[in-house]
Ligand binder design. Structure first.
Ligand code: T4K
Length: 372
């Protein structure tokens, strides 16, 4: 039997993609902000109702550049969470800043906004919260705190493309929100990412950061790198954007099927839908706490049947070797994140996952219940 992976990229038909890239054989314009790039950027600004989108070659470099664009003095502190893909913590650190780990909320898996203030010191310059699994952070409370203490907010929105809060797209919160368009995301450009923002002053800064600081053939104004999205990536984005709403609707059916089977089972906690938030169902996390089998036993039982769930996010980023010297390193500073990280398993979810396969996955999980 074919393995079932945790995710499977959404793709347009072969013909639709070929149609979109056909013109590149005539123009021979393959990268460096060509026509396809410009069209895709415009399409996204419309879709997200966000005035500015800076396309990037991947989500990680988009996040690094979004943080760099805030011109934060090196050596200062940035409050973030360890319950994330390691990219978040690396992006802060590679900007010469010091991550300070805040615990997460046990229901949303996102930063516990009520624990941020106690971590603010005279060195704090920014908050990098992470929207997790399609759940959004408490964007209103975070903005209040940022305004009160004069802090920048850069959202790692890698999991939140297409998510809306009170009808507002997740692109519009904080000083910048950063998406990943990696193959494994709800919306992909093969690899890719974007910084979304409202402040006009950031346009040139981000363009410089992603294109060597080049403003013209003989004009280099800043120390930038190379993080440009190429035309083939942008073409994939144009195609996938056409189908995104349908893809999310199909994911919702998969998520609902899991809920039908697993909701209310003792020892199994599912992610609760958040008030006023339209999710994108990007991941399906299940917390095994007091279930007949541990998270790792469930993981193995599924693997034996060729079903490859993933432990997103284990290990926590404050528990990996390269961050062990940080003052806030170690699981003990973030007990809720540590608790979740040891117990969470993200089950396979993607738009064309067969509902019969969801039934089978749930059967395997439920077969582990030991009747006394
Ligand atoms: N911030 C957050 C919160 C993130 O989650 C991420 C990325 C980032 C920042 C950085 O954005 P990017 O620079 O990546 O744009 C995967 C993804 O590579 C990564 O993008 C993602 N988060 C992370 C949560 O998951 P791995 O190491 O688990 O990838 P891998 O290769 O094991 O693939 C996962 C599953 O997807 C496998 O079961 C196979 C399947 N797959 C994978 C690829 C690449 C496919 O079916 N097709 C494919 O092409 O990191």
């Amino acid at each position: 039997m074919e393995p079932i992976l945790v995710t499977r990229p959404s793709m347009p038909s072969f013909e639709e993609y070929c149609e979109e890239i056909r013109k590149l054989w005539d123009t021979r314009w393959l990268t460096n902000m060509g026509e396809v790039h410009e069209k895709f950027q415009h399409d996204l600004e419309q879709y997200l109702s966000c005035p500015h989108v800076a396309l990037h070659t991947n989500g990680h470099l988009a996040l690094e550049n979004a943080i760099a664009a805030m011109s934060l003095p090196p050596g200062r502190e940035v409050i973030t969470t360890p319950f994330t893909f390691v990219s978040t913590t690396h992006a802060i650190t590679r900007n010469g800043l010091i991550p300070v780990f805040c615990d997460v909320d046990p229901v949303s898996f996102t930063i516990d906004a009520e624990k941020i203030e106690e971590l603010i010191s005279d060195k704090t310059v920014a908050i990098v919260p992470v929207h997790v699994y399609g759940n959004l952070c408490d964007v209103e409370r975070i903005q209040q705190i940022a305004d009160q203490y004069n802090l920048k907010v850069i959202y790692d929105a890698a999991h939140a493309f297409g998510v809306r809060y009170k009808g507002i797209s997740s692109a519009n919160f904080g000083n910048a929100s950063v998406f990943s368009f990696h193959a494994t995301k709800v919306f992909n450009t093969i690899e890719g990412g974007a910084v979304c923002f409202r402040d006009d002053a950031l346009i040139n800064i981000l363009n410089d950061l992603k294109n060597f600081g080049i403003r013209g053939p003989e004009q280099i104004v800043a120390v930038g790198g190379n993080a440009k999205m190429n035309e083939f990536q942008a073409a994939m984005g144009i195609c996938n954007l056409r189908h995104l709403d349908q893809e999310i609707a199909k994911r919702k059916l998969v998520a609902q099927r899991y809920v039908e089977h697993l909701n209310g089972v003792p020892g199994i906690q599912l992610s609760k839908s958040q008030e006023d938030i339209d999710s994108n169902y990007s991941y399906f996390p299940v917390v095994f706490d007091g279930f007949s089998a541990t998270r790792d036993e469930v993981f193995i039982a599924l693997k034996e049947q060729n079903i490859l769930a993933r432990k997103y996010f284990y290990p926590l980023t404050n528990n990996i070797e390269c961050y062990s010297d940080l003052p806030s390193a170690g699981k003990s500073s973030t007990p809720t994140a540590a608790f979740l990280s040891d117990r969470v398993l993200t089950l396979p979810i993607y738009s064309d996952l067969n509902l019969n396969d969801v039934d089978r996955i749930c059967e395997i999980v439920l077969s582990l219940i030991k009747h006394k």
